[in-house]
Design a protein around this ligand. Structure first.
Ligand SMILES: N[C@@H](CCC(=O)N[C@@H](CS)C(=O)NCC(=O)O)C(=O)O
Length: 210
């Protein structure tokens, strides 16, 4: 039985990123589902692990880790040979810039509590859908331009990096909200390539659903 425990929610894209990383690094783990719809992330027992009340949280090596990208960087330092972050510092900067564009620019404005608040300040019943489609499309358009046209199958280089770990859950979310993906050719290709890899398949929300 593994000592590594991931507190996640099946549909959470931040959790999805960490599931892919654990699978790629072949770290055995079990999951504990924190049901965001039922408010389990706001219960005292979960806040004791993650004072921000956000998923994911990873318990590993006797440590409690929060923030998906900080978790992925920790895991990547355990297994640098897996290349989640490239060895070269300027390549690594590019991977981080792309991953941060997803995790710090797109994701926070489309988060559950942000959109829940939006719905309290408007009478428009379709405001949620309109908001999600608008900000995800805008974000994907900028990401599409950041991908190297001479790239080799993945967002950067010929193996998955932290950039792809952020991109794939964002694409899942875009499809869930019915974003038109026809203008994002490179993104769709990279997503398709990742979808063929077992580590990405095993992390998919449909497989993570409790
Ligand atoms: N920057 C954080 C974001 C985590 C986050 O926002 N998680 C979402 C699910 S994807 C969440 O817990 N949302 C709960 C809420 O909005 O109330 C990370 O990358 O770990």
């Amino acid at each position: 039985m593994s000592n590594v425990v991931l507190y996640d929610y099946w549909r959470s894209s931040a959790s999805y990123r960490v599931r892919i990383a654990l699978n790629l690094l072949e770290i055995d783990y079990k999951t504990v589902s924190i049901n965001l719809l039922e408010g389990a992330h706001r219960k005292p027992e979960y806040l004791a692990l993650n004072p921000q009340g956000l998923v994911p949280t990873l318990v590993i090596d006797g440590k409690i880790l929060t923030q998906s990208l900080a978790i992925i960087e920790y895991l990547s330092e355990l297994r640098p040979e897996c290349g989640l972050l490239p060895a070269d510092s300027s390549d690594r900067q590019k991977v981080r810039a792309f991953a941060y564009a997803v995790a710090m620019d797109i994701h926070p404005i489309c988060n559950t509590h942000v959109v829940a608040h939006l719905m309290t300040v408007t009478d428009k019943s379709d405001a949620r859908e309109e908001w999600m489609k608008h900000f995800i499309s805008e974000g994907l358009r900028k990401l599409e331009a950041m991908i190297d046209p001479a790239g080799d199958g993945f967002s950067f280089g010929d193996t998955p990096t932290m950039a792809d770990l952020c991109l794939v859950p964002q694409v899942y979310n875009a499809r869930r909200w019915g974003v038109d993906m026809s203008g994002f050719k490179r993104i769709v290709e990279i997503d398709g390539k990742c979808a063929k890899l077992p580590a990405f398949q095993a992390a998919h929300p449909d497989r993570a659903k409790p």
